[in-house]
Design a protein around this ligand. Structure first.
Ligand code: TMP
Length: 213
């Protein structure tokens, strides 16, 4: 599948990295440039995906096996790709996605120990060749992110994991960013929201320029 017209941007990061704040700012910046944008999230973004999200984040699902969790993430993703992402890109719209396949490598791979080859196989199948044109990784120390997230109320099933889990998640994201420097931009998320937003818009400048008539 080609997505030559629209651009696909994903935002990744650990707990409390400031994704939501950045997404709101970025959305406004992109739309101000006259670019039609679809904002979505993972797991979620479709009726099926939102139902999956409810299950995987529900603290009552303590018996959810790591294999099941991985498959549910990719079930949500397969649906999102076909129902939202591909149609938007084909219509020339940009897609701004709160997490994508990198999250499965970080959380289910590094976090839960699921085999990376298995995740890659699921990605090839579920994503139908769709990959972000740019991925912004909001990176910050685990303790800083967890202190921020603690102010948001009860932890969901994944937020309730131990620090060591999130250290593995962070290390995996950083390794993936280092391995694909063309696609990733790593942003120091311990900076103020305004500085993070500026860094993010700078990281998209090449794409915005390329999409102008
Ligand atoms: P968030 O988008 O509010 O951060 O919540 C989504 C949670 O789901 C977050 O803890 C990361 C987790 N997640 C995975 O474990 N694997 C995935 O593939 C995705 C997309 C998210």
């Amino acid at each position: 599948m080609s997505h030559a017209q629209g651009k696909f941007i994903s935002i990744e990061g650990g707990e409390g990295a400031g994704k939501s704040t950045l997404l709101a700012g970025l959305r406004a910046c992109i739309e101000q440039r006259g670019i039609a944008l679809v904002q979505t999230r993972e797991p979620g973004g479709t009726p099926l995906g939102e139902a999956v999200r409810g299950v995987v984040l529900d603290p009552a699902q303590h018996a959810l096996a790591a294999e099941t969790e991985l498959l549910l993430m990719f079930a949500s993703r397969a649906q999102l790709v076909r129902e939202v992402i591909v149609p938007a890109l084909q219509a020339g719209q940009w897609v701004l996605c709160d997490r994508f396949a990198d999250a499965s490598y970080a959380y289910q791979g590094a976090g839960r120990g699921q085999p990376v080859e298995r995740i890659a196989e699921l990605e090839r199948w579920a994503c139908a060749g769709i990959k972000p044109d740019r991925t912004l990784l909001l990176d910050l120390p685990v303790a800083t992110g967890r202190a921020r997230a603690a102010g948001r109320g009860d932890a969901d099933r994944i937020e309730a994991e131990a620090d060591a889990f999130f250290e593995r998640v962070r290390a995996c994201y950083r390794e993936r960013a280092a391995a694909e420097p063309e696609r990733f931009r790593v942003i120091d998320a311990s900076q103020s929201p305004a500085v993070v937003l500026q860094a993010a818009t700078d990281a998209l400048a090449g794409l915005i320029g390329a999409s102008r008539p």
